[in-house]
Design a binder for this molecule. Structure first.
Ligand SMILES: Cc1cc2nc3c(=O)[nH]c(=O)nc-3n(C[C@H](O)[C@H](O)[C@H](O)COP(=O)(O)OP(=O)(O)OC[C@H]3O[C@@H](n4cnc5c(N)ncnc54)[C@H](O)[C@@H]3O)c2cc1C
Length: 344
């Protein structure tokens, strides 16, 4: 199965189907050391700045040239297919997503659904090892929950005709209930080629997992990429990481399939030890990382015989996705500033 993740108000102006990458830096760099010190404050600042008009206008205008291409695998389908093929050739599975979120216009949503059908047909025609990850706010959740359900159902049914799978990303905490309801409706309709995502920063995640457990779900576990208040989400990284480990270990028991989606090698190594000590077969879990982040770690895991999936998004609506990548590692902002000051 399954990408990446989301935020408010990004109208789809251009088609993702019609409109390469510098590898990401690895851990331990000056950037990471700075990041660990200033991270929580900077992260909040960057996520808030996402909605600032001048910043948004500047980044939308210059971002692709100044750094977003590290994380965005193409602005159209032809471009992303080149990267999907290349990653598959390196022994990695992939998922893809048409970037965009928070659509409020029915016609715009329907265009996205049509584009996803084209993407699924292209994946099949090219025999790619690629599945889909979708965001419900791009499929009409902010218009009406039944409308979003009908749209995601159409995509999941079409994926099933190709023997493919679709994972529903998890967005802000206000969307968790609706996302779980839609996932459960899909399963009740007999659509088992679908999964969703849990965020370890949410206090509620352990209870939600027990609710889904009888369904033997396929779940991706992430730390969580949005700005959430301390009443809802752990503010401290150590608590988020501890909860990540607890949830992942429980998922090995409850899930049909678990996607460990993190670039955090401490968590990855601990979960490898745990899986091996408990004889969890290697085809019941995989490691997932984002395109352009820690490519060396991605390849090392493949060499060690683990399943690895790279979330490989594309499309012209990359702005919110890129801002979340900057927030996760504020040192990425330094790279952006350096590119502005010293254009190559
Ligand atoms: C496949 C995948 C799907 C995802 N789907 C969702 C989703 O549906 N919903 C959601 O809320 N979130 C999603 N996320 C994002 C996730 O919640 C985290 O924000 C993101 O993965 C960063 O956390 P981390 O686990 O890598 O750990 P961190 O502790 O943040 O990072 C560990 C190390 O990874 C490297 N790193 C991490 N982020 C970056 C970056 N942006 N740039 C450069 N280096 C970096 C650094 O070396 C860092 O020290 C997804 C992430 C992945 C990998």
């Amino acid at each position: 199965m399954s990408t990446g993740d989301a935020s408010p108000s990004a109208p789809a102006r251009t088609s993702a189907l019609t409109a390469n990458t510098t590898p990401g830096r690895d851990r331990g760099s000056l950037g990471d050391r700075i990041g660990r010190k200033v991270n929580p404050v900077a992260r909040k600042g960057i996520l808030l700045a996402t909605h600032n008009r001048p910043i948004s206008a500047f980044v939308r205008r210059h971002g692709l040239r100044l750094g977003a291409r590290q994380f965005v695998a193409g602005t159209n389908l032809d471009e992303v297919v080149v990267n999907l093929r290349r990653l598959n050739g390196m022994g990695m599975r992939t998922n893809t997503t048409i970037l965009g979120e928070a659509l409020r216009d029915r016609a715009a949503v329907e265009r996205v659904v049509d584009q996803y059908i084209v993407v699924l047909d292209r994946i099949a025609a090219e025999s790619l090892q690629t599945n889909l990850a979708v965001k419900l706010t791009q499929l009409g959740l902010d218009v009406d929950e039944d409308f979003a359900y009908a749209n995601v159902e159409r995509i999941v049914r079409h994926a099933a005709t190709h023997g493919n799978t679709v994972r529903i990303d998890m967005e802000e905490s206000a969307r968790v209930d609706a996302t779980l309801r839609i996932y459960e409706r899909l399963r009740d309709a007999g659509l088992d080629n679908t999964g969703t995502v849990f965020q370890s920063y949410l206090y509620r995640a352990a209870d939600d997992l027990e609710r889904l457990a009888p369904r033997r779900p396929s779940l991706r576990l992430v730390k969580g990429a949005y700005l959430e208040p301390p009443q809802i989400a752990y503010p401290r990284k150590t608590d988020i990481d501890d909860n990540y480990l607890r949830l992942a270990k429980r998922m090995f028991e409850t899930n049909s399939f678990t996607a460990i989606a993190t670039h955090d090698d401490r968590l990855i190594e601990e979960l490898i030890r745990h899986a091996e000590a408990h004889d969890i077969p290697k085809d019941r879990y995989e490691f997932q990382m984002l395109y352009g982040i820690r490519p060396q770690l991605q390849q090392d895991l493949v060499r060690r015989g683990y399943r690895v999936l790279i979330a490989t998004p594309f499309g012209p609506e990359w702005y919110f996705f890129y801002m979340r990548r900057l927030a996760e590692r504020p040192a990425n902002v330094l790279n952006l500033v350096r590119s502005v000051v010293r254009p190559s």
